[in-house]
Each structure stands twice: as structure tokens, then as C-alpha cells.
Design a protein around this ligand. Structure first.
Ligand SMILES: C[S@@+](CC[C@H](N)C(=O)[O-])C[C@H]1O[C@@H](n2cnc3c(N)ncnc32)[C@H](O)[C@@H]1O
Length: 211
């Protein structure tokens, strides 16, 4: 798990957050025993945050960029209102298959629609009026995903962007993804279409509300 705070503190926070359906622990175990970069999974604390935010705004239409093994998808879908849908996309069929196997284990998994292929192509086909969007894929394309999503958000819709502190290396970026995150953070900061706050949860989450 990627986290900027002390692991014991992180664990304490998890233990003092809402109980989780056992499917999340199964998904965590499978991911850590089979996936190449299991630390990409958002984990229980960020997962609950996504779920509760979706619930708080009564989200019905959500989009996710970067499915991986489906933990964040499942968390967002759990918080969607009745009849809600989440479109999530990824380029990796193997991790997407793991995701689907776990979504099938809980009723709210039916709310998730998976699309395989480059995220930019998926986003171009999304109709406007989104309540919630979560960006968590290739960092070099964050600005492109943001530009595709902001016009598709309804006023009051919430955009969430993961890894915006990139293990703290945003303070001294040395490689491509770190430079991309720094450029993205600058881009979002100057975007008058949204009001944003950067949260120091896990690896940093930018939360923005469309004006
Ligand atoms: C950090 S992981 C997502 C983790 C996920 N949110 C979770 O909680 O399990 C990033 C994912 O983005 C996917 N990805 C990378 N480039 C992509 C692209 N161009 N289009 C769609 N997905 C992409 C990767 O295959 C990977 O599964």
C-alpha cells in the first residue's frame, strides 16, 4: 500500500473507519499474491473515502480511469445511488478479469461497466452530466484525462485524482511520472472551472468540485 503517513497510524485509521464487506479483503489478498504492482490498489481507507463521497453527493453516474483489479471500482459502486452506474476502463485484460470475478460476488458489482482500451478513447464516448470521476491511471496522461472529464462533469460534480503527491517526490521530481504529476497539479490549480483541495490521504488525492 502506498501511504505518506506512518503505517501504524494508517492502520489505526482503517480500524476506526466503517466495516468492509469481506469481498474487499479477498480482492486485496488476490491482488497482493498475483499482481505485478499490488501497491497500485487504493486499499481500505481511500476505498471508503471514495464510497462515502459517492454516497454523500448521491452520485448516479460515475467514471473511473484505471480499473486494475477493481478495488476502487467496487468502492465507488458501493456508494452509488440505486440505479447508478460506474464506467471504468483499463488496457489490461488480466487484471480486469480479476476485477470482474470479484464484482460478481456482491450485488453492487452489477453497477459496474468495464471497458477495455485506452482511457482517452473511452472518455471521448462518455456523455456529459457525470456526478463523480476518479482518475488513477498513467500519470503522463493526467492532464488529458482531466481535460476530457471536466467538461463532462455536472455543476457540483466531484473529480478525484489519485497519487498527486507521488510518494512526496513532487517536491523534487526526478522521473517522468513525477514531472507529469507536478505539471498536472499546476494545471488543475489554475483551472477556474473547479474549486479544489489536495488531501494528504494515502499518496495524495486531489478533490475538485465543478463550479
Ligand atoms: C494505479 S492502477 C489503478 C488502481 C485501481 N484504482 C485500484 O484501486 O485497484 C492504474 C491502472 O491504469 C491502467 N492504465 C495505464 N495506462 C492506461 C491507459 N492508457 N488507459 C487505461 N488504463 C490505463 C493500468 O493498466 C493500471 O491497471
Amino acid at each position: 500500500m502506498l501511504t505518506l503517513v506512518d503505517r501504524a497510524i494508517e492502520q489505526y485509521a482503517v480500524e476506526h473507519s466503517a466495516d468492509l464487506d469481506p469481498v474487499y479483503e479477498r480482492l486485496r489478498e488476490v491482488t497482493w499474491s498475483s499482481a505485478e504492482c499490488p501497491q497500485m490498489q487504493v486499499g481500505p481507507l481511500e476505498g471508503r473515502l471514495l464510497c462515502l463521497l459517492a454516497r454523500m453527493i448521491g452520485a448516479k453516474r460515475a467514471v473511473e480511469v484505471g480499473t486494475f483489479t477493481g478495488y476502487s471500482s467496487l468502492s465507488i459502486a458501493e456508494g452509488l445511488a440505486d440505479g447508478g452506474t460506474l464506467v471504468t476502463c483499463d488496457i489490461d485484460p488480466v487484471t480486469t478479469q480479476i476485477a470482474k470475478e470479484h464484482w460478481g460476488q456482491v450485488p453492487w458489482g452489477e453497477k459496474i461497466e468495464s471497458r477495455l482500451g485506452p482511457a482517452a478513447e473511452t472518455l471521448e464516448d462518455i456523455e456529459p452530466g457525470l456526478d463523480l470521476a476518479f482518475i488513477d491511471a498513467d500519470k503522463v496522461n493526467y492532464i488529458a484525462y482531466w481535460e476530457l472529464l471536466v467538461p463532462r462533469m455536472r455543476s457540483g460534480g466531484v473529480l478525484l485524482v489519485d497519487n498527486v503527491l507521488w510518494s512526496g517526490t513532487v517536491l523534487d521530481p526526478q522521473e517522468e511520472s513525477a514531472h507529469a504529476i507536478v505539471a498536472f497539479n499546476k494545471h488543475a490549480r489554475s483551472d477556474e472551472r473547479v474549486e479544489a483541495v489536495m488531501l494528504t490521504v494515502r499518496d495524495g488525492i486531489l478533490m475538485a468540485v465543478k463550479r
